[in-house]
Design a protein around this ligand. Structure first.
Ligand SMILES: Nc1ncnc2c1ncn2[C@@H]1O[C@H](COP(=O)(O)OP(=O)(O)O)[C@@H](O)[C@H]1O
Ligand SMILES: [Mg+2]
Length: 332
């Protein structure tokens, strides 16, 4: 086996949330709590989980926009978290992010030329006609006419703006792209176009994707593997086919049952599991499994005491028992 392109080891990210009168941190929000992940070159790994579970924080930490509290992130075997800014700078271009909201992520005062060309200008990599040529080529590649180069983002639709975001991420020829819910803010009608574009670009440039989504239905046709995140942790990681066929963790099972699009592979497998309650407060984690209060398999005295950790989906229900069959609440 070749070395993974990216390896995340026991990563923790905590945010201070409340300070006492002396300015000391009194409570910490544990957004990422011990994540281990590997990305193989050329694959698409989907990172799926409800809003607030830590997906964006994990993605931002991987691209270097957020500092890790502890743990390591190895890119081709080199630990990014141990590097200083100068050493890390050339590696930054290898890992780029596409943001969720194409409306707020583009500076309205800059033209597409400035937005897309910025990473090249900032590093002094290209200027003059070479800069212009590279911007034009990238615009064409993502389906935007270079005639629009001197226009401002407000002139464009959500889908077009997301193309701008993608062009900005790819103009420095990255190896790894963290796409943070790249279609969640878009109209359903343009989602497929952007997903197809991402797929084409992946094939053309040999990209590796970490594709973040709160919605499992988006990733089934896109991802090679899926990591399911809950409460700052990866609770299950499997090939896409295995995950959809045989979910191992009760949380995956619940997420899967909420897939809204009629999916032939799920037909006749029972209905929807409604997840009660919201996520626990990450600044005040419950004792025991963080999913116990919402889990239809939970056993009092066992799951809420810490005897079985959240991550251990294979042990908390007997393997094979967990199926989408016989789900309590049916939809049809
Ligand atoms: N800059 C920040 N400061 C404090 N808390 C944050 C910050 N960013 C995210 N969080 C918290 O971290 C948790 C995970 O958030 P986030 O990574 O945005 O989740 P997701 O992308 O899965 O919705 C949430 O509880 C959120 O409130
Ligand atoms: Mg997010």
């Amino acid at each position: 086996m070749t070395e993974p392109l990216l390896e995340v080891r026991d990563l923790h990210v905590r945010f201070p949330v409340r300070r006492n009168m002396l300015g000391r941190t009194t409570v910490e929000n544990h957004a990422v709590s011990g994540v281990d992940l590997e990305l193989r070159a050329g694959e698409t790994l989907a990172l799926v989980g409800e809003s607030g579970c830590g997906k964006t924080t994990l993605g931002r930490t991987i691209v270097g926009a957020q500092k890790a509290t502890s743990g390591s992130i190895l890119f081709e075997g080199r630990d990014l978290t141990a590097m200083g800014g100068r050493e890390r700078a050339p590696l930054r271009r290898q890992i780029r992010m596409v943001f969720q909201d194409p409306f707020s992520s583009l500076n309205p005062r800059f033209t597409l030329r400035q937005i897309i060309g910025d990473p090249l200008v900032a590093t002094g990599e290209a200027r003059g006609s070479e800069l212009e040529d590279r911007i034009a080529a990238m615009m064409r590649r993502v389906g935007l006419s270079p005639d629009y180069m001197d226009r401002y983002p407000h002139a464009f639709s959500g889908g077009q703006r997301q193309r701008v975001n993608i062009a900005r991420a790819l103009i420095v020829n990255p190896r790894l792209v963290v796409a943070d819910e790249p279609v969640s803010a878009l109209d359903v009608s343009v989602r497929a176009q952007i997903l197809n574009l991402l797929r084409e670009l992946q094939a053309e440039f040999g990209l590796t994707y970490l594709f973040i989504s709160h919605d499992l239905s988006v990733v089934e046709n896109l991802a090679d593997r899926v990591a399911v995140m809950y409460f700052g942790r990866i609770v299950e990681l499997a090939s896409t086919a295995d995950l959809y066929e045989r979910p191992q963790h009760p949380y995956t099972e619940a997420l899967m049952s909420a897939v809204p699009i009629p999916d032939p592979s799920l037909k006749g497998r029972g209905g929807r599991i409604l997840l009660p309650d919201e996520l626990p407060d990450p600044a005040n984690p419950p004792p025991g499994c963080a999913f116990a209060r919402r889990c239809r398999h939970a056993e009092p005295g066992r799951c809420d005491t810490g005897a079985i950790p959240l991550e251990d989906g294979a042990r908390c229900v007997r393997r094979g028992e967990l199926d989408l069959q016989g789900i309590v609440e049916t939809t049809s």
